[in-house]
Ligand binder design. Sequence first.
Ligand SMILES: [Zn+2]
Length: 283
Amino acid sequence: MTPKAAVRDRLIRLADRLGVDSLYRAVLGRHSGALNGRVLTFHEIAPEEVDAFDRLLDLLVSEFDPVPLGTLVDSFRGDGPTTGPRSVAVTFDDGFDSWLDTVVPSLRAHGVPATFFLTSGFVDAETTAEMHAFARENLRLSPTTSLDWDDVAALAADPLFDIGGHTRTHPDLGAVSPDAIEAEVREDRDRIEAATGVVPRFFAYPFGAPWNVPAAARAAVAASGYDAAFTLEPGYVTARSDPYLLPRDGSEPTFSPALLRARLRGSYDPIKRPLDRIRSYVR
Ligand SMILES: [Zn+2]
């Protein structure tokens, strides 16, 4: 962890101990209406990280209310049972084959539902060399390997899990043309439907910071038939949220339960913007 991240995480836990979260939720509720819960994001979980990941799932089950992403979005749309501030939907991005040995057994053992957002071009990579090259060049990760379509179809058929779209090749959508954005979104959705027989309802923007999500990307996703789309900006899904710019909390298996608890109570949200500003000055 970088020294800056360590300072940030200490501030988040301090804000949580001071009870910033309950004041923040009261103010947010007054301005933005019902709080429908939060969406948590992970990427790859390595075998040596499974114990830490299991401790985070223990926390979710004991102190929060894990729900399918579809349940949270339906509540937000006023179209199903109501979720609340303690509701959490768990998601995973990109399509790593290690999920089958690490993430899937842990989620099943805890009864925690999850949505897997797939970069379909990664799943289409056939040889290990192609997968490694895709991970390095497109996902900006160290070499790793992808699920195949049989794995994806099995996940899609499991009632605990569902599949979402995450583009064909994982570009920074803030750096490509509107035509390229439209093709990335549409071809990925078509590929997932053709391979699994299931039409994905949800989309996650690659990288997910505000500068990775231009207006053209939001427009392309909204026009393609998705019910909702997710960034990687932390926050509550509220009655006033934009359905195509819903927040998600980026998280790591290395987070302590105390840090994850603080983030899921919203203790990071009111201090994120000032911290980002300070960071932009000291960079
Ligand atoms: Zn991604």
